[in-house]
Design a protein around this ligand. Structure first.
Ligand code: CDP
Length: 235
């Protein structure tokens, strides 16, 4: 039995299905799953709750950076619903971090170098013992540049907006397709053009276009890449 472990980095555009994919893979192979986007979302929720967003929807960077030492993001292991919950200073904020208000502000927050530095440090600690699947935007490029398996997920913005709309409607959120589509495109723009660790495919990442793949096909593909990486790195 091979008990050596690797790191799996899954990056990609917003609403590309990375989280579902990463969570399922971690479950199948018995690894820890970390949703790095949830961490940026939790910091954004903190800014909203503490009046650090003005009427023009601009984040007060100075105030947020000053507050960083008092913002603690952690995760509670998956409970009965099978979902790992995000904690902000010990409070379960899993639902709050997924709403449109947070989605609209998260990319500007994630552009702030001090925010990234703090969260990236924490993400690196999560991977110290390997055996982890982490998804995000800069996992294969910045957080774990030596990850043994890197996947870059893509699908068209229309397909991604349709998926995200369905997900939000199922949760009872009242949003329109246009609202979701515009958010997806705007976040892609900010995420790919920011100065610090912009979203891009690592040179050694495997590209996975899941536009017309079923969830099962996607998982089969991922599992075969995983087995290959494990064999190559932990012979
Ligand atoms: O689930 P979705 O693809 O909509 O986004 P997410 O993974 O929850 O990430 C929310 C936002 O956090 C992204 O649009 C990025 O602006 C930011 N993020 C980042 O900058 N770096 C990461 N490693 C993960 C997320």
């Amino acid at each position: 039995m091979n008990n050596k472990k690797i790191i799996v980095a899954i990056d990609g555009f917003s609403s590309s299905g990375k989280s579902t994919m990463a969570r399922e893979l971690a479950k199948r192979v018995g690894y820890v799953y970390v949703d790095s986007g949830a961490m940026y979302r939790a910091v954004t929720l903190y800014a909203l709750r503490h009046g650090m967003v003005n009427a023009d929807h601009a984040v007060n960077r100075k105030e947020l950076v000053a507050a960083l030492p008092s913002i603690h993001v952690s995760f509670q292991p998956a409970g009965a619903d099978g979902v790992q919950h995000t904690l902000l200073n010990g409070e379960d904020v899993e639902k709050g971090i997924r709403d449109m208000q947070v989605s609209a502000l998260v990319s500007p927050v994630a552009e702030i170098p001090e925010v990234r530095e703090r969260l990236v440090d924490l993400q690196k600690k999560f991977g110290e013992h390997k055996g982890i699947v982490m998804d995000g935007r800069d996992i294969g490029t910045t957080v774990f540049p030596n990850a043994e398996l890197k996947i870059f997920v893509c699908a068209s913005p229309e397909e991604r907006a349709r998926r995200r709309l369905k997900e939000m409607q199922e949760k009872g959120e009242n949003v329109s397709y246009d609202e979701v589509y515009n958010n997806v495109v705007e976040r892609d723009r900010i995420d790919t053009t920011r100065e610090v660790s912009p979203l891009r495919k690592a040179a050694d990442a495997i590209e996975l276009d899941n536009g017309d793949m079923t969830r099962e096909q996607q998982m089969d593909r991922l599992l075969s890449h995983f087995d290959e990486a494990l064999k190559k790195n932990c012979p």
